[in-house]
Design a protein around this ligand. Structure first.
Ligand SMILES: [Zn+2]
Ligand SMILES: [Zn+2]
Length: 265
């Protein structure tokens, strides 16, 4: 008997969704245009890491040689001018090994450094799998951290349940290794608060029927929630990038996102 192994390839799903959302949401078109260009580069990086997976000790060198220059090139070609200028400046002035190390250790760093490290490293971590992510990453997010790498949750989502009246399972997805883990609804991923009245949910039904802001008045954080039961075509990490108006609303409520997304929102 042969074991059926299918290599997980998220790229076509992400690309399809990014194109759909760029048409649906003019406010997100610029961000998603960069995202689509990045996806091509990230798929290439992913394949390079699948073909010759780096070890934890060679991960920074691998990223500097095979990933960062491509990320920079596509950012200049398809990114907004401000990001592109900042990225070029950092690429030429920063200690790149340190830039990558800080991201892997969950240390504070400028937004542009975080963008470069994240765009370059996530496809490598995704390709190499939990063993590399678990060893190469350090630092543990506060609250509900990724069981694989200890990273923070970027987005929460509800899966399709199969039975219409049954609540589908809920997950958080890691901003660092992209792993997902089970999560209870009434439990703040930032601080563990469980009192319902401290956990407000905001949304904009007309424009974003499948998205919501899940906030916490105790630690003043929020995550964007993506409900696949309301839009089965959604891809949580992509839909999260298109939710900028909700992010602005959350900020007006005094909430900050558990962790900024790829483009710093
Ligand atoms: Zn993780
Ligand atoms: Zn909280």
């Amino acid at each position: 008997m042969q074991e059926l192994v299918s290599v997980y390839r998220p790229w076509s799903d992400r690309r399809r969704r990014s194109v759909e959302l760029a048409e649906r949401y003019p406010h997100a078109a610029e961000v998603l245009q960069l995202h689509q260009a990045l996806l091509d580069v990230q798929e290439h990086i992913y394949d390079a890491a699948l073909a010759a997976p780096p070890a934890p000790s060679t991960l920074p060198a691998f990223a500097i040689a095979q990933a960062l220059p491509r990320v920079l090139e596509v950012t200049v070609a398809a990114g907004p001018a401000q990001l592109s200028t900042a990225a070029v400046a950092r690429f030429h002035s920063a200690d790149l090994e340190d830039l990558i190390g800080r991201w892997l250790r969950l240390e504070d760093q400028p937004l542009v450094d975080r963008y470069l490290a994240r765009a370059a490293l996530t496809p490598i971590l995704e390709a190499a799998g939990p063993d590399l992510a678990g060893t190469a990453c350090s630092g543990r997010a506060r609250g509900s951290a990724c069981p694989i790498c200890g990273g923070p949750a970027q987005v929460s989502w509800s899966a399709l349940s199969g039975e219409s009246l049954v609540t589908g399972p809920r997950y958080l997805q890691c901003a660092r290794c992209q792993g997902a883990w089970n999560h209870t609804r009434l439990n703040c991923p930032g601080c563990g608060e469980t009192t319902g009245s401290r956990l407000p949910v905001y949304g904009e039904q007309d424009r974003f029927p499948h998205l919501a802001i899940e906030g916490c008045k105790t630690c003043n954080t929020y995550v964007i929630h993506v409900d696949l039961r309301r839009d089965a075509a959604a891809v949580p990490v992509v839909d999260e990038l298109a939710a900028a108006p909700l992010d602005l609303f959350a900020k007006e409520q005094g909430l900050s996102k558990l962790v900024p997304n790829l483009v710093g929102m």
